[in-house]
Design a protein around this ligand. Sequence first.
Ligand code: SF4
Ligand code: SF4
Length: 309
Amino acid sequence: MQLPETYSLRIKEKALELGFSACGISAVHCLDKERDRLQNWLSNGMNASMAYMANHFEMRLDPGKIEEGAKSVISVLINYYPAQKQADPDAPVISKYAYGKDYHLVVKEKLNNLLIFIQSALSPCRGRSFVDSAPVLERPLAKAAGLGWIGKNSLLISKELGSYVFIGELIVDLELNYDGPFVADYCGNCTRCIDACPTGAIVSPRTIDARKCISYHTIENKDEIPESIRESLHNQIFGCDICQDVCPWNKKAKPSQSLDFIPVEGLLEMKKKDWEALNHNTYTKMFRQSAFERAGYDRIRRNVGYVNE
Ligand code: SF4
Ligand code: SF4
């Protein structure tokens, strides 16, 4: 019979073979340290209109409550840093994570393949994969699996990869060998992300007030974007990368090797006038299966209108 150490090693090897950039494993445990932080954030209304963030509070803190009998959380990262950027400096700006295929689909498929590998090559088990979709605190879990620290911009930062990474989890009812948590904090005295945020949304280290965040407003906010935010959009119509772009840990980010994240054809070449002329048909054709679907055509049109004000 194989030992948990062997299982863990083989799972990590397989994760890399499937195209993940890093993999770490932690025991299922309650993320008690996050309790006060999450409670305060919600109590202060910093989740804006994202009421769903307040649902399943206990489940969020304890992955053991999501899946009965869950023993291990396999956390994975995949680098999405693009080799190329938008060509026209005057074009409305979109977040780099949305250049290619929707990461939910990409990461989920890879995680499901990882589960099939575990079940067929290692041991029968039950498991469930998550990608930014269920009540899972992805960043603290990735930190618990030794993959990085949570920066002052609230994002997970890997020493090797930076922060342009998607995170996913596979929760299994199999005991494995565990990585230690990532204890160091390499932000040090740096405050570049806080200083660069155009709307002051990083209200304190690791705390983002969604009511001020451009990423929230351009993607999630179904209503009018408040004027104070519109004044500071910096030409951004989908998401905002400013607090990542300034981070020194992203200086050496290497382009993703994943074919799934190759930019949608024609996207990076779009000029300002192309965005203004974008009709529903073209939008649907271009962005089918892309992360853009989250905002939808009308919201993108609305945002293009704002940056032209
Ligand atoms: S995403 Fe943009 S608006 Fe939001 S915290 Fe980062 S820099 Fe500020
Ligand atoms: S910019 Fe500086 S403070 Fe902000 S996350 Fe990066 S290292 Fe940390």
